[in-house]
Design a binder for this molecule. Structure first.
Ligand code: AMP
Length: 302
């Protein structure tokens, strides 16, 4: 048994265009953001695939944060997954311009024996079929967090509905919860998601905060007030990685600890969006997270 947070997800090179700038071939992917965010609080182990073009500097970056790369496959037969996106004026809407699956196309997530007993598992954004395959290899996970995106709700709904009852916490944003449940009101959408089977659900509302639901409880946490928003890519992945990293570090997944974890997750995600790629996660440290959590507590304390 080990206490590393197992993070399944994509590792990518992204081209991103926002109204500030356009940057090409920058490190992205749900597993990259989530593992780096998690590593502020608790060691992470990454389950994913990269191609022959993957830059050794990026391996060094992940290693420098003690991220276990024993389950990161290097597939020499092709290039790393590539995604290109463009944000429209208000940052809330984005368009996918191009996707090159590359080595992702034949990716089969194989868990090494050393990670099969992982207690804390983040099924970050990747196809629900792969999320399910990862779950099936695990021996007895204690707390499983699920993330997804609109693409999977549209093209792999049945697979996603099969994964949902197996998870302890499903994190998604308000537009995804509406797409999934056909319900605009997040309080009703959350009830529907809990009925499908997730033990708890957390709906993020961008700069307006996030809401955690279980059958018996609701908690509303604020978002950190960011003014220098440069690139929202990876905010959701960072939120999920920090949330589970915090819970794993505490060894406690009670509702009370989840409430605190939401503050840490908001603070961490707020750093990600202040620059392109994972740069702010690389640059800023836990002390900055703590400062932001203190500010969040101050601005939301009645
Ligand atoms: P987010 O902004 O949290 O939705 O995550 C953005 C990251 O998701 C980018 O760095 C992309 O490389 C990655 N991504 C985009 N499309 C997919 C996909 N279909 N599957 C997995 N990851 C993806």
């Amino acid at each position: 048994m080990n206490n590393k947070v197992l993070v399944l997800g994509s590792v990518a090179y992204d081209n991103i265009e926002t109204r500030y700038a356009k940057e090409n071939n920058i490190l992205g992917g749900s597993a990259s953001y989530a593992s780096l965010a998690c590593s502020y609080f608790n060691p992470a182990a990454m389950l994913g695939v990269v191609g022959k073009d993957f830059n050794p500097k990026d391996i060094e970056l992940l290693k420098s944060r003690d991220i276990d790369l024993s389950a990161l496959q290097i597939d020499e037969s092709g290039d790393t997954f590539f995604w290109s996106g463009k944000y429209l004026d208000n940052f809330n809407r984005r368009e996918t311009l191009e996707v090159q699956l590359n080595v992702f196309e034949h990716f089969n997530p194989i868990l090494p024996d050393s990670l099969k007993a992982s207690k804390y598992v983040l099924l970050a954004n990747i196809s629900p079929a792969l999320q399910n395959s990862c779950l099936e290899q695990l021996e007895n996970p204690e707390f499983v967090v699920l993330d997804t995106m609109d693409l999977w709700i549209n093209i792999a709904r049945e697979d996603l509905l099969n994964v949902m009852p197996k998870v302890d916490l499903f994190i998604l944003n308000d537009s995804e919860s509406e797409l999934l449940t056909a319900e605009e009101n997040i309080f009703i959408a959350a009830e529907k998601i809990l009925e499908i089977g997730a033990k708890s659900v957390l709906i993020k509302k961008g700069e307006h905060g996030s809401v955690l639901f279980t059958k018996d409880d609701i908690f509303i946490a604020p978002s950190f007030p960011v003014k220098e928003l440069k690139d929202p890519t990876g905010a959701g992945d960072s939120y999920a990685g920090a949330m589970l990293g915090y819970l794993a570090a505490k060894g406690d997944t009670s509702f009370e600890t989840m409430k605190k974890a939401m503050y840490y997750a908001s603070a961490t995600a707020s750093m990600t969006v202040e620059d392109f790629s994972c740069r702010q996660l690389e640059k800023l440290g836990l002390e900055e997270v703590e400062n932001r959590v203190a500010r969040l507590i101050k601005i939301s304390n009645l």
